[in-house]
Design a protein around this ligand. Structure first.
Ligand code: ATP
Ligand code: MG
Length: 443
């Protein structure tokens, strides 16, 4: 017998009206055993849901009845039998077994509760992620993440973007920061890339016109916050013959599309998480940096001046202000000082203090940064030098600006922050299968 025959259906695929006397096999975990003496219920759980296996003592083989009663929770079983409509059971049917095959018995006691009845600490859950994922609420998060990425790919492909992959092992820092993980690459030093920025720009010179990448980024920053990871997933785009406003429009439309698709395709999982998802209205508010700092100065003790970065308190204050005014959680902060944006952000020609850059925000945190890029070789080289970096390290990048580089723009949005804010998760680690942070390197 092939292993695939252990299962003819997922629990949610069985329709008792249609199936008649046909034999059905389900495979999964023993979620629960309820032994009421004369009747015993075994709840089988598979990836998509649950099924009730009903054994009536008087009507069933005594040996099978006793076997079922003694099943240990979370063991793996395959049950074959016929189905009967039962309105009170999950998916509207019960399975009357002919055979129950025990494929792999679980040890007992379990390292953590999987029924959702006991709330475990995040750390405990992450230590036993394989167990935690069996909880409905944890599973739901990753089903939604799947829909998010699916929607991103659909949206970007439909808008002419080509999916690409660029190296994660690199020789130079993207932005020259110190927040890089060094690694040994044969007899040389290399780094884990913090962003695909330089590569996606090179692809503009290569004529790929519109590209996107969904991939890991590594940041060796020693944060200990609810919104930072040391390994995150970045959704990046770069597009030729577009300015910052063009790519902001792509970003806001993509976010709205993702929300719409999740609402449509993951309704069950939103319900499991008790989330009533509101699709954000486009276009998002575009707030100039200069006005954003005025909001902070008027509402907090912070006294920000041109060129200051926004603290967490500042981000919260602006986000709340925007929400109170518009009822929307997403907005842009535009026209940032050139001095606090990376060298590749293009300054306005008539006012080089200001750059054609933006951050896309959600009420309490940044979701995305983007800009129209510098496409002129000499200006780019000067900006690299002015930021105290050595242009020699950037030669592989700089030279691609000398032989036909179109004007272009792009952004990067953190996948985890997108999912986290969508679900209102308290901690970014909740939406990562195996988070990497200062303390956590395993599992
Ligand atoms: P922040 O200021 O919030 O630390 P950043 O400005 O350093 O973010 P960018 O370099 O602009 O981040 O990266 C673009 C996006 O990638 C961010 O807006 C965020 O969504 C995501 N991102 C960046 N760093 C991290 C991280 N350490 N953990 C999780 N997501 C991240
Ligand atoms: Mg940023």
């Amino acid at each position: 017998m092939s292993l695939a025959e252990l299962r003819t259906h997922y629990s949610t695929q069985v329709n008792p009206e249609e199936i008649g006397d046909e034999k059905v096999s389900l495979a999964g975990w023993v979620h629960e055993v309820r032994d009421l003496g004369g009747i015993c219920f075994v709840v089988l759980r598979d990836r998509d849901g649950r099924a009730q296996v009903t054994l009536v003592k008087k009507k069933i083989d005594r040996e099978l009845f006793n076997f079922a009663r003694k099943l240990i929770r979370e063991s793996i079983i395959s049950v074959t039998g016929t189905v009967k409509p039962e309105a009170k059971a999950p998916n509207g049917y019960e399975l009357i077994p002919e055979t129950i095959e025990l494929l792999n018995e679980a040890e007992s006691p379990l390292p953590m509760d999987t029924t959702g009845k006991v709330d475990a600490e995040l750390d405990t859950r992450l230590d036993s992620r394989y167990m935690d994922l069996r909880r409905e609420k944890s599973h739901a998060v990753f089903r939604i993440r799947h829909e998010v990425l699916n929607a991103v790919r659909t949206f970007l492909s439909n808008n002419g973007f080509l999916e690409t992959s660029t190296p994660k092992v690199v020789a130079t820092a993207t932005e020259g920061g110190t927040a890089l993980f060094p690694i040994t690459y044969f007899d040389r030093e290399a780094f884990l890339n913090q962003s695909p920025q330089l590569f996606k720009q090179i692809l503009m010179s290569g004529g790929m016109d519109r590209v996107f990448e969904i991939g890991p980024i590594f940041r060796a920053e020693e944060h200990d916050t609810r919104r930072h990871l040391n390994e995150a997933t970045s959704i990046d785009i770069e597009a030729s013959f577009m300015d910052h406003f063009d790519v902001m429009e792509i970003l806001e439309e993509m976010v709205a599309f993702v929300y719409t698709e999740v609402k449509k395709n993951a309704a069950q999982f939103l319900e499991d998480l008790e989330i009533d998802l509101q699709v954000p209205k486009t276009p998002f508010l575009k707030l100039p940096y200069s006005e954003a700092i005025e909001i902070v100065n008027a509402n907090t003790d912070e006294k920000l001046t041109w060129g200051d970065d926004l603290s967490t308190l500042a981000e919260h204050t602006i986000g709340q202000h925007v929400f109170d005014k518009t009822g929307e959680e997403h907005y842009f902060i535009i026209d940032w000082p050139s001095e606090i944006k990376p060298f590749y952000a293009l300054p306005y020609e008539n006012d080089p203090e200001i750059s054609k850059s933006f951050d896309m925000m959600h009420r309490t945190m940044e979701l995305s940064s983007g800009a129209q890029r510098v496409h002129q070789h000499d200006l780019l080289k000067t900006r690299i030098e002015n930021q105290g970096l050595d242009p020699d390290g950037f030669e592989f990048y700089l030279k691609t600006f000398r032989y036909g580089m179109p004007p272009h723009a792009g952004w990067g949005i953190g996948c985890e922050r997108l999912v986290m804010t969508m679900l209102g998760a308290e901690n970014i680690r909740d939406v990562v299968l195996f988070p990497r942070d200062r303390k956590r390197l395993s599992p």
